[in-house]
Design a protein around this ligand. Structure first.
Ligand code: MN
Length: 528
């Protein structure tokens, strides 16, 4: 493959080390020969996986220091198991606890041709492969040589770059850290991955998209139309016509002298956040919480959808949701449903921890950390950090949420085959271990006013939890905010610090830490 017209032209136009965007969306030109990929993989140890398409699989080496153009370098390369070709364009996260758990970027990609042989599989078996690579970063002749045969263990090979016209003395792969697929670093992919690799699934299904079908955001024109309405009327948004009234009524009091929150603001927030919230509530019943009377009044839970609602609104039967009886709840399967909920007076959105098609199967285990009457926020965070260490130690994937009503919640996605009883017992065992570490900070019995408390109420059938990004009916309308685990170390983190006025584009800018959890199906490890 001496000549790749399209690739050669593309190469001539840019320095791929600096401008890694792929041609036409794919770094592999169509029909121009076997492909190769180098994935930068932060697992237990950082390494680069060099993979050549040979005979329908990816023949692979793990190179701790990475491949290089430097002809003086001799790199150790461990011959690892063949990977399915479906892995070629994988960039995302491998769940912790699975083999190779960590994050992966497509660090380089392109086509290659074997040199000096037309049977590369035989060359590998014989212990020496010469490959001419046509990548975005790597070019020229790579040589892989087996150093020693291994009985049972993994074979140690050497990787080097020939002293050819593409060789660059001193070239360091770590100075070219961006993905050729998306231009992102490993750190950026880990913070907001597009895909999850589920090695427990067949190769064709293992690359699981974490982005739900995208929902177009509310437009500036639609928001302007809401602002232009007087006290009420109809608002056309997300393709639906929604009746809004008493738009200037205060629904949540302001924060110490601040401006109170009106229904207009709440409805506008619902429209702006709906595309972010939708993945969490799809396929689940949504319970609406509304003030019984005015803005300062206590909340009442509305589990049943009222009978007089717009015909387009989807309903979900939630079996045994309420004292063993099936109820018909709101199914927020489109963004307009959340706007309707806000317009109808609901301030908070809660959801069942199971999906509507399997209401007796928990999808989440939940640890609620609640403040005591005189406990300190810093202590509550310290307790949350002990849970973080424990879950990390157990290789359990979980998310943390500042609930917006004074507490912190830890949510653990649970795979099928686990019962509510098992979840409850597991959470109790976990909490016993954690509270044993910090007995001065948390009181499992909830008697000591100076210590934080545990709330395990969500771990039973028919119970609900607050929806991520739901407004809370507290002064200033804070939101239930999913945060990154590292934010527990941030001294400026506050119990209700982010409100419907300040959350802004945070999910889009900083990533949505819960999104990756949606695709996780994990078994809860045994605890003693
Ligand atoms: Mn690897």
């Amino acid at each position: 493959m001496p000549d790749h017209p399209s690739l050669a032209r593309y190469r001539g136009m840019r320095d791929f080390g600096r401008t890694p965007e792929p041609a036409g969306g794919s770094p592999w030109p169509d029909g121009s020969g076997p492909r190769f990929v180098v994935q930068r993989h932060r697992a237990r140890r950082l390494h680069y996986d060099l993979r050549f398409e040979i005979g329908g699989v990816l023949v692979s080496w793990a190179v701790p220091k990475g491949p290089t153009l430097d002809p003086s370098a001799r790199r150790n390369a461990v011959h690892v198991e063949d990977h399915p070709v479906e892995y070629l364009d994988f960039e995302g996260v491998i769940p912790a606890g699975q083999y190779g758990g960590g994050d992966v970027i497509v660090w380089d990609a392109g086509t290659w041709e074997p040199h000096g042989t037309d049977d590369p599989a035989a060359a590998v078996a014989a212990g020496e492969l010469h490959a001419e690579v046509f990548g975005h970063k790597l070019r020229g002749r790579l040589v892989l040589v087996r150093r020693e045969r291994a009985d049972g263990g993994k074979e140690q090979w050497l990787l080097l770059h020939k002293r050819d016209e593409h060789a660059v003395e001193g070239w360091d792969p770590e100075e070219h850290p961006l993905s050729v697929l998306t231009g992102r670093t490993n750190e950026e992919v880990a913070a907001d991955p597009d895909r999850l690799w589920r090695s427990d699934l067949p190769a064709a299904e293992a690359s699981v998209a974490l982005r739900p079908p995208p929902v177009a955001p509310v437009s500036e024109e639609e928001l302007a139309a809401l602002d232009a309405l007087r006290a009420g009327g109809t608002w056309d948004v997300f393709g639906r016509r929604i009746r809004v009234r008493e738009l200037d009524e205060v629904v949540v009091p302001g924060r110490s002298g601040g401006r109170p929150v009106t229904r207009r603001e709440l409805v506008g927030y619902a429209a702006r956040i709906a595309p972010t919230v939708l993945p969490y509530v799809r396929g689940r019943g949504v319970e609406l919480h509304r003030p019984a009377g005015g803005a300062d009044d206590r909340l009442v839970r509305q589990r049943r959808l009222p009978t007089r609602v717009p015909a387009w609104l989807q309903r979900a039967d939630v079996p045994e949701a309420s004292g063993g009886r099936t109820i018909t709840a709101l199914a927020a399967d489109e963004p307009a449903a959340l706007v309707w909920a806000a317009a109808s007076g609901a301030v908070e959105w809660h959801m069942w921890t199971s999906t509507t098609d399997e209401s007796d199967v928990p999808a989440l285990a939940v640890v609620g950390l609640r403040p005591g009457p005189r406990s300190r926020w810093a202590d509550l965070l310290a307790v949350a950090r002990v849970y973080r260490s424990a879950l990390d130690h157990l290789s359990v994937r979980a998310g943390v949420l500042v609930s917006g009503d004074g507490g912190v919640e830890i949510r653990v996605p649970v795979g099928r085959g686990t019962t509510f009883d098992q979840v409850r017992v597991w959470v109790e065992q976990l909490s016993r271990a954690v509270t044993g570490v910090v007995p001065d900070l948390v009181d499992p019995d909830g008697r000591d006013p100076r210590r934080a408390r545990l709330d395990h109420a969500a771990d039973a059938m028919g119970r609900t939890v607050v929806v991520p990004y739901s407004p809370r009916a507290a002064a200033g309308a804070p939101v239930a905010l999913p945060i990154g685990w590292e934010e527990l170390d941030n001294p400026s983190l506050r119990p209700g610090g982010v409100t419907i006025r300040t959350v802004h584009d945070r999910p889009a800018d900083r990533g949505d830490p819960f999104l990756t959890l949606l695709a996780v199906e994990q078994a809860l490890p045994h605890l003693d």
